[in-house]
Design a protein around this ligand. Sequence first.
Ligand SMILES: Cc1ncc(COP(=O)(O)O)c(C=O)c1O
Length: 418
Amino acid sequence: MNLLQEKSIADLVREDFPILKQKVHDKPLVYLDSAATSQKPKQVLDCLLNYYQEYNSNVHRGAHFLSSKATDAFEAAREKVAAFINANREEIVYTRNATEAINLVAYSWGLNNLTQGDEIILSLMEHHSNIVPWQIIAKKTGAVLKYVQLTEEEELDLDHFKSLLSDKTKLVSVVHISNTLGVINPIKEITSLAHNFGAKVLIDACQSAPHLKLDVRDIDCDWLVASGHKMCAPTGIGFLYGKQSILTEMPPFLGGGEMIDEVFLQYSTYNDLPHKFEAGTPAIGEAIALGAAIDYLTNLGMDNIHHYEEQLTAYLFKKLVAIPNLRIYGATNRKDGKNRAALASFNIAGIHGSDLATMLDNEGFAIRAGHHCTQPLHCLFHASGSARASLYFYNTYQEIDAFITALNDTIEFFNSAM
Ligand SMILES: Cc1ncc(COP(=O)(O)O)c(C=O)c1O
């Protein structure tokens, strides 16, 4: 898309998101919770409806018109996902979400490759989805979990990471962009350092795939996971990227239809990649709509999205840091909002995050409060939770202005009641 100078990307796309036009509690909705799930443009919703209305059918099995049309669209969407992150189609496994993709690697690779005393390195800023599966596998195999600390500036401590690496390290599984801190981790460097010790690397790209151009060949990671619903696609669809040579060696995760070649009474042979990992009827319409979401993002241009969000983030941060007693978590040296993701998790002294969120909801602002599935991180900050405002390319400067005004009014309300 050729972006006009005087128009922001949000101005251009706003009509594509009818959901954003509504009022909640009689106030115009301002949606600032895209890190939890993004809104879906009409183009994606039309694609989903079109599948169910026009060619709903099962894939890879029916020898009839609708089935081959569905199969073609389902596989074409896989090609789009592959192109989006510079992978081959065989390397893209559809999953329900990123959580399922991490569990797939944990159970298929982890359970079969880790033994007593092997080390798995995670970071303190991981989402629960990238902690709990490894705890389960560590318990079953005797592997040990190690956590990379944060620096004083609340970024990933690369020196500490280097000090944890050893011949015992078999896996490094880290988040690209923290959903709480907004920190962008140097995943290429992390991957290369881990590979020097022969360790495999998994990247949780849940918060980066929607916002940044990703190139798995350049990163050189062994696996990468993302959820469609955070990148304009429906819920129920996500993907696992895995290097072909590694996926080939990995045993199936779930057994059933689709993932087999032949089934005998005592054993079965398995399908080619990526179908070996896709047991049962998949989320067909949702996968096709993920393809439409990728078309939509690609058409806007990931660089345009990133550039606009950088400006929007800088604007949000300028306003937030001016509020007394407001503490933003993560990358505390980047108060200009540069080189960090389009989100801010914060607390205000004396006011509970969930009280803030409830009051703001009454005014039409959708923000998130709680631990954002990063409880160990919040423990580190001695906080039970925080409030989080997260942006996407459809948010506007005017929405940020309105949010800051409402936030200030809410703070004033609480302070006057004390
Ligand atoms: C960084 C990160 N990792 C993993 C997840 C899990 O995503 P899902 O619940 O879609 O599997 C999330 C969701 O918030 C996330 O932000």
